[in-house]
Design a binder for this molecule. Structure first.
Ligand code: ATP
Length: 440
């Protein structure tokens, strides 16, 4: 269904239509910083809403939190981030360009200046962004912007357990921003220095981790389908022992075929009792769990599915992009977004900018806007207006014409089939509402 598309095409569309812009553009931008525009913020919110519904509110074994971005620095000592959250940094001795040693061939020539055998020995570069709390910029005031969201779920474990009265197995979920001082950000929103993560820690009895791991892998696949992310382009990668974090005895990365290559979209890691045990030891608080039925006391083990929001956003756009010949014989670009993710659900278009027609179309748009996001557009030819809506993935266009004044009905055009149907104005709200909620 979707068409292979270049990054240039997607970046241009994203900018032109208001999905994603370069950040701080009027000041010449800031390298690799991106702002989500009016349509981008809707698509992003719809992804978050769908994720939260699927993994949190529609389940009885999951609860959510929203933790502070800056945590006690002791958290990052206990988690191992202060000591080991680093990438190997090498620098070209000739032009001083910096690279991640694990992403280049260090015996080859520098990609920037072409010098050979010129790289420094790899040095560990900690990816955590630092800041200072309060007016004194000294070591005691130093804190970190969180490089991941997971640690809050461990640090808050006993408070969540006590207040929610959940029993193992259960999960704690969070959607929030993380910061990493990446050495080589790039590829649009794929690798940036601040990004949102949607993830949960699922706490299980140690003897049952394999069953839960398999289950969550299937659920991740389901999610991919539900988002309309191409299943042909998504692949499971069983991460080898030498590439896994030392505490993990199984990790599966779900990779996606981006135009710049096959890269990590999501991760699923079995973290054992590493986190709760470490936080117990460092904080002096007992984070074990006592089974209310068997009275067995143990530290729960953790399965962690993690979903980058920006990488989801990009995979959704790439999978939805399509080109075909339209009604007018010209190339039609269409984003075949699932209706529940589409930023605009319907566009209300008066066929002509004539008072009598506008007088029907505008109140209809205002009424529908109370139910779901709609656009009202009365400028340009109807062909151009359809083209814009196709390009932003609006599933339905509603046209009001002279006949509407006679028959109190409008024409509803389906984005994908381009079929047109006459629907009574009084029924448009229910007609669209039903299609948007079921047709996903
Ligand atoms: P990578 O190997 O690509 O650096 P990672 O294995 O370090 O990623 P995790 O620590 O598992 O990534 O982060 C969780 C998720 O957050 C990833 O699966 C990915 O979707 C997303 N992510 C990680 N780093 C970035 C980044 N710099 N920009 C955007 N999203 C990111």
């Amino acid at each position: 269904m979707s068409k292979d598309v270049s990054m240039d095409t997607i970046v241009n569309l994203a900018k032109r239509r208001g999905f994603v812009f370069a950040g701080s553009e009027i000041y010449g931008g800031l390298a690799n910083s991106w702002d989500y525009g009016p349509l981008g913020v809707e698509l992003q919110n719809n992804i978050k809403k769908a994720w939260w519904k699927k993994f949190v509110t529609s389940r009885l074994d999951m609860v959510g939190i929203d933790a502070a971005l800056i945590m006690n620095p002791k958290v990052w000592e206990a988690s191992g981030h202060v000591a080991t959250f680093s990438d190997p940094l090498v620098e070209c001795k000739n032009c001083h360009e910096r690279y991640r040693a694990d992403q280049i061939d260090v015996t080859a020539a520098c990609k920037k200046c072409g010098s050979k055998n010129t790289f420094t020995d790899p040095a560990a570069f900690n990816l955590m962004l630092k800041t200072f709390l309060g007016p004194k910029e000294d070591v005691a005031a130093q804190a970190y912007l969180r490089p991941e969201t997971a640690q809050a779920m461990f640090a808050d474990f006993s408070q969540v357990l006590a207040s929610s009265r959940k029993r193992v197995p259960f999960g704690i979920a969070q959607i929030g921003r993380a910061f990493r001082n990446e050495i080589t950000p790039g590829n649009f929103i794929f690798r940036v220095r601040e990004f949102d993560i949607m993830e949960f820690e699922y706490f299980v009895h140690p003897s049952e981790w394999e069953k839960h791991f398999e289950y969550w892998l299937m659920e991740m696949h389901d999610w991919i389908e539900e988002c309309g992310i191409s299943t042909q382009k998504s692949h499971d990668l069983e991460v080898l022992k030498e590439d896994r974090a030392h505490y993990s005895s199984r990790t599966v990365d779900i990779e996606f075929d981006y135009p710049f290559g096959r890269r990590e979209l999501y991760g699923l890691a079995y973290r054992g009792d590493f986190d709760l045990r470490n936080h117990s030891e460092h904080s002096g608080k007992d984070l074990s769990y006592t089974d209310p039925v068997t009275s067995e006391k143990y530290i729960p083990h953790v399965i962690e599915p993690t979903f980058g929001l920006g990488r989801t956003f990009l995979a959704v756009l790439l999978s939805a992009y399509d080109e075909e010949i339209g009604e007018d014989g010209e190339k039609r670009v269409v984003l075949r977004l699932k209706p529940h993710l589409a930023p605009v659900k319907a566009a209300i278009l008066p066929l002509m900018k004539k008072e009598e027609i506008v007088n029907v179309a505008k109140p209809l748009a205002e009424m529908l806007a109370k139910e779901f996001p709609v656009e009202y557009d009365e400028t340009q030819s109807i062909g151009k207006r359809y083209r814009r809506q196709d390009e932003i993935g609006t599933p339905y266009c509603v046209t009001v014409d002279y006949e509407s004044l006679e028959d109190n009905a409008v024409t509803v055009r389906d984005r994908d089939s381009m079929k047109q149907e006459r629907v009574a104005i009084a029924e448009v709200k229910d007609y669209l509402g039903e299609k948007i909620s079921t047709n996903n």
